[in-house]
Design a protein around this ligand. Structure first.
Ligand code: FAD
Ligand code: NAI
Length: 466
């Protein structure tokens, strides 16, 4: 009997889609080419990077902040191999968790590279060349993304690395050159700076974190500089000479001009990710792509070929695990005949550095470009009691609310635990709350979340602690 649904790829998009489909009674299978489930996020993305961010943050705190709180531990010593083991164990626990959930939901799994031989027919080629075929009424493509390459620069994952190599360096580089001041560059740059590397970031644009609210990005850059990261904005790396003991990177102004040479021990190429559709056979079955090489889908995640859907990093939208998950749920519900939907206005975005940066909804630049009048409420963590006592006063909360209706349009936070706190703002946006709704909601004292409430109060200029 054919499957109702076969999902190709078991990242956060694919495995969540499969579980939701099984919950809804669909006979479901997944195809995964790697040995473990969980995709980029669990194996070489979100989970290992957060393990290293967590461990390196504590290492830094032990060295710098413990003493201020009366805890004398002496200078902390780094055991990098043990830290990597801690990270690997965290990954292992998570990928095993996915295997358990797939089994629990009675989802079949095929291990190997999946190819859509025809609508309704998937061929899976395993590592030993064996081919299995699965017949199915529906297919969801959830094959994710891959590292974007820089022309002429070969990633060897030893000295010239992508995020994958940067999550597994055998020793702390004396000098780390980061190409791209996006999320990966700043998160992994922070990890290695804390562990002792000198970190220089080269960014093509005249700002870091394109897409984030500019005010937030500028403040965040200042904080990172204070921690020791250095930035060369409006610059590009055009070549890296790996012949000598040190790497020699040629760096030019973005607009062109005289090249300078920068020496480094390791270079991290973090200039974005590209959709991954290699080997899927999409051209042969006639699935269309958009102008950026992503699988083109309609509002119901359907491609132009009946019975073939796509979700996650391989389609348009932010390349985020929770966005992929939300699409996985929605696509499964649609395939099961229900009304699945994703609200793209309420997807939070978090950078897990210290302090964290988190946002949901629109930035000031986006509101200005759309001609939407808005009021701003802002509150710094220097005025928050808990932040003061915790010695985490860097950063602020900014709330943007519609000038006419007071509806919350965007929330931006730089600060400790911003990534956890942004959930409140996401709920507010999802439910169409006004800034007054947040301002009049009791927030426990003393918590950092009071800064969100105070920023909401500041929209109508009645913030109490400023
Ligand atoms: P993926 O997770 O990429 O999964 C795709 C899967 O499909 C893979 O397992 C792949 O092996 C499989 N596959 C591909 N082709 C085939 C085929 N033909 N046959 C069988 N299997 C196939 N996002 C966040 O939200 N928070 C974070 O903190 C975060 N941190 C990140 C850190 C790093 C270093 C990186 C690189 C990414 C990070 N991301 C983060 C982004 C996140 O990992 C992706 O958005 C997410 O994994 C996308 O999920 P997906 O299911 O679309 O694809
Ligand atoms: P990114 O798109 O976030 O940043 C890439 C940066 O590189 C941009 O600032 C861009 O202007 C710059 N750039 C591009 N070409 C360049 C060049 N030739 N020279 C110098 N700079 C150049 O991409 P990144 O950091 O690689 O991350 C990929 C994706 O992974 C992100 O889109 C993000 O969604 C996801 N991710 C999410 C995380 C999170 O949610 N915390 C963590 C890590 C990754």
């Amino acid at each position: 009997m054919p499957y109702d649904l076969v999902v190709i790829g078991t990242g956060p998009g694919g495995y969540v889609c499969a579980i939701r489909a099984a919950q809804l009674g669909l006979k479901t299978a997944v195809v995964e080419k790697e040995k473990t489930f969980g995709g980029t996020c669990l194996n070489i993305g979100c989970i290992p990077s957060k393990a290293l961010l967590h461990a390196s943050e504590l290492y830094e705190e032990a060295g710098h902040t413990f003493g201020k709180m009366g805890i004398r531990v002496g200078a902390p010593a780094l055991d990098l191999a043990a830290m990597m083991k801690f990270k690997d164990e965290g990954v292992d626990g998570n990928v095993k968790g996915v295997a358990f959930l797939l089994k629990k939901n009675k989802i079949d799994s095929f291990q190997g590279v999946g190819r859509i031989a025809a609508p309704g027919k998937i061929e899976v080629r395993s590592a030993d060349g064996k081919i299995e075929t699965a017949e199915t009424k529906n297919i969801v493509i959830a094959t994710g993304s891959d590292v974007a390459r820089l022309k002429g620069i070969e990633i060897d994952e030893q000295r010239i690395v992508s995020s994958t190599g940067a999550l597994a360096l055998a020793k702390v580089p004396e000098k780390l050159l980061v190409v791209g001041a996006g999320v990966i560059g700043l998160e992994l740059g922070s990890v290695w700076r804390r562990l002792g590397a000198q970190v220089e970031v080269v960014e093509f644009l005249d700002r870091i974190l394109p897409g984030m609210d500019l005010d937030v990005a500028r403040q965040f850059q200042r904080l990172l500089q204070r921690q020791g990261l250095t930035f060369r904005l409006s610059s590009k790396v055009t070549a890296i000479d790996a012949a000598g003991e040190k790497l020699k990177a040629s760096v030019e102004p973005a607009a062109g001009g005289t090249a300078e040479s920068i020496e480094a021990d390791v270079a991290l190429i973090a200039i974005g990710r590209v959709p991954y559709t290699q080997g899927l056979g999409l051209d042969a079955v006639g699935v269309k792509f958009d102008n950026k090489g992503r699988v083109a889908v309609d509002a119901h995640f359907a491609t132009n070929v009946p019975g073939i859907y796509a979700i996650g990093d391989v389609i348009a939208g932010p390349m985020l695990a929770h966005k992929a998950e939300d699409e996985g749920v929605a696509a499964a519900e649609i395939i099961a005949g229900r009304a699945g939907h994703v609200n793209y206005d309420a997807i939070p975005n978090v950078i897990y550095t210290f302090p964290e940066v988190a946002s949901v909804g629109r930035s000031e630049e986006e509101l200005k470009a759309a001609g939407i009048a808005y009021n701003t409420g802002r509150f710094p963590f220097t005025a928050n009691g808990r932040a003061k006592v915790n010695l985490t006063t860097d950063g602020f909360v900014k709330i943007l609310a519609d000038a006419k209706t007071d509806r919350v349009l965007g929330v931006h936070i730089v600060g400790a635990d911003a990534g956890t706190m942004i959930a409140e703002a996401a709920v507010a946006i999802e439910l169409g709350a006004s800034s007054e709704d947040i301002a009049r909601t009791s927030h426990a004292h003393p918590t950092l979340t009071e800064a969100i409430r105070e920023a909401a109060m500041a929209v109508e200029k009645w913030s109490i602690h400023m």
